[in-house]
Every structure is written in structure tokens, then in C-alpha cells.
Ligand binder design. Structure first.
Ligand SMILES: [Zn+2]
Length: 687
């Protein structure tokens, strides 16, 4: 059965982004940046858009460039799928926006039009009209009347009218776009609701949460030996009183897009670097043809075994964040090349996996006797699509299916050029000056913050998720811990990272110069977990997203411990709140204690303790502190979210042969997405 979330979506440091006034041209990079690459691209709403550089691509042999190009195309062909998965009206909205952007004949310099463009930016950024992180619906700032005028003054043949008159079409679109209470949450994790009914994603129709749970429990009962991720690649629908799965496959749901994916994968298979890689790609093609979850497992096993290839790709239905029940997986693609130099750092950590397991604070019976198959590397991202873009993970640990992880291991990667782009942006952020608790802390974070983040990601992905085991006879965590599984798993992986980043072992193996790095890591983590991440949510809201919950849970838990031993405390100076760590070694001990407890909860499937932990420390927001954080943020104008414009791969042809693949770095966020829509819009508006 399905396991949890292995993507580390965003890390503390990565949230520290310098920002620009909307409409202002992005800054050119200064001489401080050795590569002189222009990282900063666009700024709107709560978003900073960056670019990333694919260093070393030109030097790849032609065959590898060709392979990367085919995999890149295969990914883009699935872009529509993720839009549709998130909300059944997303493709309808997107085609409308594209039609207006391309054919509207009126004034494009007015305030209203800029507001419309801003809505388009936000829509493309979120792959739909629900916030990419908070999952709640956002509304255009231009009025509905203005929007109606845009529609009427655009080329009607470019709009998805489906035989309707323009007026009827607008009538249908008004609540979809403008009524905040219609399809309010893409995914609703709040306690006490029917999570299926309350979420407007397109994974279920006419079914209740209970019916979904029963459907898959029955399926499991009918075939207990089946260890595949039941239902991860389908929509569950009740038709004429009967519940059926509509699988995402060739000949099934999303077939027009999947056929194109397969077309490019077949080309990729023909130029694979080696037999293992070819076998993996062929198995992925096989899965897209059969739609059988067991075939996806076969593919994952083959994919994990391919460790020698320079070019690699994630392609498929991978993460389950968009489904409150954590069963249905969103489409994504990440194409990459191995960064040979940087891989040495992560390899040094991975080679000590058994040492970390043996010296962990978790109970002996929860330790793995042999930690197997951790493959760690740093990758240079070439292109991302779907659930991985424009907002991107910075670390990936796949596959998600626990039995494959246990039997065959997993691949753990850090997205090196993405992290480099963040580090560049962070180096210009005024955030630490505002929230850092003192001069020493601020200077240490400036000096070691970037390295602390890199190591945190490495430890979280390579050691954290791979550590520990579930007791015999205990079900996987999506069964035992349910909606709390994601938060607890991410919390556990973070705690492994936090515990070891203050360990001399990391100095000894040569990945950091001193424990000062660990101290910088603690200050950043806790500052974010208790304060700065609150900038991402609206006044009155509690925390919903798993990573945000886990960071607050871990931080608030040690703060609570600090009440007795004063190792850490909250202080107010001149009306401003700061978190002060007085004793880093003691705080480390507390992280270790919490790690032990969360591992116990996971290993024993202690759902009540898991729920209590998350609800007590990870969900509720102090409204006064929240208000203060928002005010301090507003003063320094820092964007809480960021994402990327993707590089563009262009083949140079001689006849039908590729002679070279070039990379271009587009600068216009909207233009990129309009182009994508034209080139890769394979799905009908209703699926
Ligand atoms: Zn993680």
C-alpha cells in the first residue's frame, strides 16, 4: 500500500526571498554572482519567480542531450493532466485565459488589464485557481464586469464555449472564477469534515470518504498479497449507484496526453544510456498502457536499480499531497543530469547511513539492522512539469511504495541548481536581519545558513526518510496515522536532520567545518517553524500543509521543553518577538527525544498519540504572533513563495536527425505558459 510523502517541498532557508515591486524589471545580477546568471525573473502576489541554470549541459555527449530532450518532451506532454487533477474546471479556465491573453484587442496598459495578467500569473503558478500551497481558491482582482468585457473582445473561436453563447458561457464561468464559496478548497485536511466531499480536486466524484475507504479496503481484502499502491492512478466515480475506477492510461482517462508521453518515452528508450535505464523506461511505457499499479511497481524497481546513468527522470503519478486521503497521485516530471562534483558531499553522508541509524535516539527495536540501498546524488535539473513546477521540491526521495524501499532501496537526490538559485536569492534577503534574535545569530546564519540548508536537505532525504522500521504486523502509516501520516513522516525526517546537524560526526566526515553550522541550522529552523512561515497563511487560518505543520510541531515541542530548562525561550524586545536558543546541546537532546517518540508512533501505529502531537503542536496558530509576523513581513516586502521559469530545450536538426540540443533561458513567465498551452494542450476541457 501507499506510503507517504517523500518530497521535501520547501525548506526554511528557501523561504527567505528578496522581492521586487510588482511590474518592476528584475534586477540584473551583480558582480557578486560569479556565473553572472540572471536568477531573478518575476514578482507578483506572494510569489517570487526565479530561473535556474543547467550548468554543464553543453558538455554532455550528443546522445545524452538527445535522451534529455525526449524525456523533457515526455514530461511536458503530461502538463494538462495535473491541471485537470487539481480541479475539473482548470483546463476550461486556462483555455479562457490563454484565449484572452492571445487575442484580446483592447487596451493592455490599463490597471484592470494588469490585474487580469496578475491573475493569469497566479493561475499558471498554481496549475489552477487554488493556491499552490494553501490550496484555497483565489479570485481575480479585476471585476467580473471587466473580465466579461475581456471575453467579449477576444476571438471567440479561441474560447472553450462548447456550443454555448458567450453570455451563457460567462454565466457558467462567473461562480467558478469569482465566487469564493464555490469549490473553496482544493484539498481540505481539517478535522471532522468529509475530506472527499470538502475537497474540490478531481480525484473523486459522487463518493464519500467512507465509500472511498471501503472501496479500497475491499480491494485489499480481495487480494491481500497485492502490495501495489491501490488506486493511485485513477479517479473514483459513482455511476448509476456503482463505484468504478477510471484509470489514467492509454485508452482510459487522460489518454490523449498519455499517448504523447509514451511517444516521447519510446524515443528516449531508443537512446537510453544502458540496458537498465532502457528497461526502466520500457516498463514505464508498459504501465501507461496497462494502467496496472503493479506495473508501476515493476517500473519503480527497475528505476531504482538504474544508478549508473547520467541522465535521469521522474515521470508519472508520484505525490499524493493533492488528495486529503493521500491515495491519488499527481502527475509530475523532473528531468535531470547527475552533478558529479556535488554528489561527493551527499555520498559522504550516505556512506555513513548505518552509523547514523546505530547512533540514533530511536528505540533499538525500531532501528534497521541493515540500512539498504540509499542512493544519494546531487542532480542538475533540466526541466520540471506538473506537480514539480513552477514551485519545485529541493530534495526528492523515491519511490514512495514502502515495500520497494525496503526490498530494493530508494533514490535520494538533492536538486543542486535549484538550491543554488535559492541561495543566491537568500543572500539578498533582509529577513534574517528582521527576525534573527541577535547579532551573533544573524552573522552565523549569514555565514553558515546556506550550508546548513544543504546539509539539512541531504540528511532529511538520505538518512531521515530511510531510517527506522515499522513493527511486524503494523499497517502502513496511511492506514494507521491517516491524515496525520504526512506531517509525522516529514517531522521525523526533519528531526533526524536536526539531531545530526549538531553532531561532530558531520565535521569528522568533512561535510561541515564546525558545529557553528548546526547552530545556524537550529536558529533558522525554529525561527521559521514558530514565526516566519506564518507569513504564508491568512489571518484566522490554522496550519494545514504537512511540511508547515511538522516544522511548527518540532519547534513548538522543544519550546515547550525549554519552559523547564530554559534551553530555548520566546522573548519580546521593543514589541518584537524573538526565539532565543540559550543551550544548543540541550535543544539537540530535545529534538532527539521527539524523534524517538515519533518513530515509536510510526512503528507502533499509535494513531491517538500521533493525532495529539500534531493537533497540540502543529496546527493552531497564535493570532497575536501571526499578526506581528505579517506586519514585520509587510515592512520588508519579502515573498513567501517562489518558483521557476523553466529552461527550454531546442533541438538542432539535420533532416530528421538531431545534431545538437541547445538550452535557452526564457525570461517571460506568462509567455512560457501560453507557449506550453499551445504546444502541449492535448486534453479536452472535460475529462
Ligand atoms: Zn521529506
Amino acid at each position: 500500500m501507499k506510503k507517504q510523502i517523500y518530497f521535501l517541498l520547501i525548506l526554511l532557508a528557501a523561504s527567505l526571498l528578496f522581492s521586487f515591486t510588482p511590474g518592476q524589471q528584475p534586477n540584473k545580477t551583480t558582480s557578486k554572482d560569479p556565473a553572472a546568471f540572471d536568477y531573478l525573473a518575476d514578482r507578483f502576489a506572494d510569489i517570487q519567480v526565479l530561473r535556474y541554470e543547467v550548468t554543464g549541459f553543453e558538455k554532455l555527449p550528443l546522445k545524452q542531450k538527445e535522451l534529455a530532450y525526449y524525456l523533457y518532451k515526455a514530461g511536458l506532454c503530461g502538463r494538462d493532466i495535473f491541471y485537470d487533477q487539481k480541479y475539473k474546471h482548470n483546463l476550461r479556465i486556462r483555455k479562457t485565459l490563454e484565449g484572452i491573453l492571445e487575442t484580446y484587442k483592447g487596451d493592455k496598459s490599463s490597471d484592470d488589464y494588469h490585474k487580469f495578467e496578475n491573475y493569469c500569473r497566479r493561475f499558471f503558478f498554481s496549475n489552477g485557481n487554488h493556491h499552490h500551497y494553501a490550496a484555497d481558491k483565489f479570485i481575480p482582482e479585476c471585476s467580473y464586469d471587466y473580465f466579461a468585457r475581456l471575453v467579449k473582445n477576444s476571438n471567440q473561436s479561441t474560447l472553450p464555449l462548447e456550443g454555448k453563447s458567450t453570455d451563457d458561457f460567462l454565466k457558467m464561468m462567473q461562480p467558478i472564477l469569482y465566487d469564493p464559496n464555490v469549490d473553496k478548497k482544493e484539498v481540505d485536511l481539517s478535522a471532522g469534515v468529509d475530506h472527499v466531499k470538502a475537497s474540490c480536486n478531481n480525484f473523486y466524484e459522487n463518493v464519500t470518504e467512507k465509500e472511498v475507504e471501503k472501496f479500497y479496503a475491499d480491494m485489499k481484502d480481495a487480494n491481500p498479497a497485492d502490495r501495489s499502491q491501490l488506486g493511485f492512478n485513477s479517479k473514483l466515480v459513482k455511476e448509476n449507484g456503482k463505484i468504478v475506477e477510471k484509470r489514467w492510461m492509454i485508452g482510459g482517462m487522460y489518454s490523449p496526453a498519455i499517448e504523447k508521453i509514451v511517444y516521447w518515452l519510446e524515443k528516449a528508450s531508443a537512446v537510453a544510456e544502458n540496458a537498465r535505464q532502457k528497461s526502466a523506461i520500457d516498463k514505464l511505457i508498459g504501465f501507461y498502457r496497462t494502467g496496472d499499479p503493479k506495473d508501476f511497481d515493476d517500473y519503480c524497481v527497475a528505476w531504482v536499480k538504474d544508478t549508473a546513468s547520467r541522465i535521469d527522470a521522474v515521470n508519472g503519478f508520484i505525490e499524493v499531497y493533492a488528495d486529503a486521503l493521500q491515495k491519488k497521485a499527481g502527475f509530475e516530471s523532473v528531468v535531470s543530469m547527475k552533478d558529479m562534483e556535488a554528489t561527493k558531499r551527499i555520498a559522504a553522508i550516505a556512506s555513513q547511513a548505518q552509523w547514523f541509524e546505530d547512533h540514533s535516539t530511536i528505540m533499538n527495536e525500531h532501528k534497521k539492522k541493515e540500512v539498504t540501498g540509499i542512493t544519494a546524488k546531487v542532480i542538475t535539473v533540466i526541466g520540471e512539469v506538473g506537480d514539480a513546477a513552477p514551485a519545485t521540491p529541493i530534495g526528492i526521495n523515491l519511490p514512495n511504495n514502502e515495500w520497494i524501499r525496503q526490498d530494493s532501496g530508494s533514490k535520494s537526490v538533492s536538486l543542486g541548481n535549484i538550491v543554488a538559485a535559492y541561495n543566491f536569492a537568500n543572500s539578498r534577503s533582509p529577513l534574517i536581519d528582521e527576525f534573527g534574535s541577535g547579532k551573533e545569530v544573524i552573522e552565523r546564519v549569514k555565514k553558515y545558513g546556506a550550508l546548513a540548508s544543504d546539509l539539512h536537505v541531504d540528511m532529511h532525504e538520505v538518512i531521515g526518510h530511510a531510517s527506522g522500521k515499522i513493527n511486524d504486523g503494523i499497517a502502513p502509516t496511511d492506514v494507521t496515522l491517516k491524515t496525520y501520516a504526512g506531517t509525522l513522516e516529514e517531522g521525523r525526517a526533519d528531526l533526524v536532520a536536526l539531531y545530526y546537524i549538531m553532531d561532530p560526526k558531520l565535521v569528522e566526515i568533512g561535510v561541515m567545518p564546525s558545529l557553528e553550522v548546526g547552530k545556524a541550522g537550529y536558529d533558522k529552523y525554529i525561527m521559521n517553524g514558530l514565526m516566519t512561515q506564518l507569513n504564508r497563511i491568512k489571518p484566522g487560518d490554522n496550519l494545514e500543509e504537512a511540511h508547515m505543520r511538522n516544522r511548527q510541531m518540532n519547534s513548538a515541542w522543544v519550546l515547550e521543553k525549554g519552559k523547564t530548562d530554559k534551553s530555548i525561550e520566546k522573548v519580546v524586545r521593543n514589541g518584537k518577538t524573538y526565539i532565543v536558543i540559550n543551550d544548543y546541546a540541550k535543544v539537540r537532546q530535545h529534538f532527539g527525544e521527539l524523534l524517538r517518540e515519533i518513530q515509536r508512533i510510526k512503528s507502533e501505529g499509535d494513531s491517538l498519540a500521533g493525532k495529539n502531537l500534531v493537533e497540540t503542536f502543529g496546527v493552531k496558530v497564535d493570532p497575536e504572533l501571526h499578526k506581528e509576523v505579517l506586519q514585520r513581513y509587510a515592512k520588508i516586502n519579502v515573498a513567501p513563495y517562489y518558483g521557476f521559469i523553466q529552461p527550454k530545450l531546442i533541438p538542432e536538426m539535420k533532416g530528421d536527425k538531431i545534431t545538437n540540443v541547445r538550452i535557452e533561458y526564457p525570461t517571460d513567465f506568462i509567455k512560457q505558459h501560453v507557449e506550453y498551452g499551445k504546444e502541449y494542450g492535448f486534453l479536452p476541457i472535460s475529462n
